[in-house]
Design a binder for this molecule. Structure first.
Ligand code: DUC
Ligand code: ZN
Ligand code: ZN
Length: 466
């Protein structure tokens, strides 16, 4: 069975051109000059639209246990919402917390995802307890399980936190097995002191979540992670959810020195601020409690992040999708901001929000595709199966309508959240058709996919390293 995506403009990381894309079964068979493809089969009319590789969200947390509750999207609801928004692959984080077994943590994650996903999925592994057993397991995961990236935390003491010695040992392990170290770079020990002091002063509102996590402590941790990676034989390092100018400067400096140091940012840091959202009146700001936190609009963070994206000091835009409902979940922190579960949901909106950057003149079309699809595939060992429109690649394709319009709202989104972090945002573009491994899963707002279509993707080593 073939599918022809006809009349559109194919956008890649390196250029845009008119072409018809022929899909045969689950993969892309060929690209043709417009009108030259053989007739027959199903046709998607892409005239006037962009044809891009399906989005890859390299940072999601479906059903993450956090702060006494669980992220509110399951693999079923979260991957369906992702598909609506033009994301056809997620890389979620399997979890080992302090005191737990890595293999058991991974098995639990497979148990949550298996048979429930609407799009393809892969896993990173959070190592929350670096010890001899966990270090051994890291080798096994790279060799046998298709997991080639490990996230460590310099924050959340007692839950996910690793001290510098543990970080160094895990980095040395990854240096040996070829994996990428992903780092949540915030000085959690200093942050916990600031949180205790704020609460003692009676400062309990959500904005104090941001004020007790100053950008200096993100930058300090980022610099420390970069130094530790150097000591660990210059092992590749990827800073997750980078939010602050000073942290970006540290990454840029390392990159200027030729290091394999990379970073992602997330839409919330490009569009939302400490004052406008986290500082909303009453307890409302709880909706935007996430870590790293939203930064001040009075500083240069957003401008610098957009510039970092243009120049590749920020390689990828992921969402850190970690949704919690306001009712009963965010509300756990009424009267104590430190008890608000950390996370923002956005897996459905990343491709749109970054396209708005194109409309606003902040990113080129090609850079849009690179940051939401191609680089994530290369960085995390999915390329060229994913992230590119080329013969032999999986037919994960989004037809994007630059003449369409998207209004983001809790009334229309598909994530399992009772609010939207981007309520009322208008995007001058719209996802038109989404194809996942050759199957049309979304067509002009109608859902045609199914739970169980998504498959686990064992990943190879990164092909992005220099
Ligand atoms: N940050 C969040 O906001 N949520 C989950 C974990 C994290 O690091
Ligand atoms: Zn994190
Ligand atoms: Zn995260």
């Amino acid at each position: 069975m073939t599918l022809l995506i006809s009349g559109g403009t194919v956008v890649t990381g390196t250029g845009s051109y008119a072409a018809d894309v022929l899909v045969d079964g689950e993969t892309i068979a060929a690209l043709y000059a417009p009108g030259r493809a053989p007739a027959g089969g199903e046709v998607v009319d892409a005239a006037g639209k962009y044809v891009i590789p399906g989005g890859i969200d390299a940072h999601t947390h479906m059903e993450l246990p956090f702060g006494g509750t669980f992220a509110s999207d399951t693999f079923d609801t979260g991957t369906r919402a992702a598909a609506f928004g033009g994301t056809t692959t997620i890389i979620d984080f399997a979890v080992q917390r302090t005191g737990e077994n890595v293999h058991e943590g991974l098995a639990a994650w497979h148990g949550k995802a298996d048979g429930n996903c609407h799009i393809d999925y892969a896993f990173h592994m959070i190592i929350g307890g670096v010890d001899d057993e966990a270090l051994k397991a890291m080798d096994a995961l790279v060799e046998h399980e298709g997991i080639t990236s490990f996230k460590l935390f310099m924050a959340y003491p007692g839950v996910f936190y690793s001290d510098d010695g543990q970080i160094l040992r895990a980095m040395q392990k990854s240096r040996g097995n070829g994996a990428i170290t992903m780092m949540h770079a915030e000085n959690g020990i200093a942050i916990d002191v600031l949180i205790g002091q704020a609460l003692a002063r009676g400062e309990t509102d959500p904005i104090h979540h941001g004020l007790t996590r100053p950008s200096e402590l993100e930058a300090e941790a980022t610099r420390r992670a970069i130094s530790l990676a150097k000591v660990a034989g210059d092992t590749p390092l990827y800073i997750v959810h980078l939010s602050a100018s000073e942290a970006l400067a540290a990454v840029a400096q390392a990159r200027d020195g030729g290091r394999n140091v990379f970073a992602e940012t997330c839409p919330q840091y490009l569009y939302l601020t400490l004052e406008d959202q986290l500082g909303a009146p009453g307890f409302e700001g709880a909706k935007w409690v996430c870590s790293t936190p939203l930064r001040s609009r009075h500083e240069s963070h957003q401008r610098d992040l957009w510039q970092g994206l243009r120049g590749n000091d920020l390689a990828i835009v992921s969402t850190d999708h970690c949704p919690f409902c306001y009712k009963d979940q965010k509300e756990l922190g009424r009267g104590d901001f430190s008890k608000i579960p950390n996370g923002i949901g956005g897996v459905e909106h990343r491709v749109d929000l970054l396209y708005q950057g194109v409309v606003d003149g902040k990113l080129s079309l090609e850079r849009w595709v690179e940051t939401v699809a191609t680089t994530p595939a290369r960085m995390f060992g999915l390329y060229p199966r994913k992230g590119v429109i080329a013969p032999g690649s999986d037919a994960d394709i989004v037809v994007y309508d630059p003449a369409g319009r998207t209004t983001i709202s809790v009334e229309t989104h598909h994530m399992n959240m009772d609010h939207s972090a981007y309520e009322g945002f208008e995007i001058a573009g719209k996802v038109d058709t989404v194809v996942s491994r050759g199957t049309v899963v979304v067509a002009r707002g109608e859902y045609l996919g199914r739970k169980g279509h998504g498959r686990y993707l064992p990943r190879g080593l990164s092909t992005y390293l220099s």
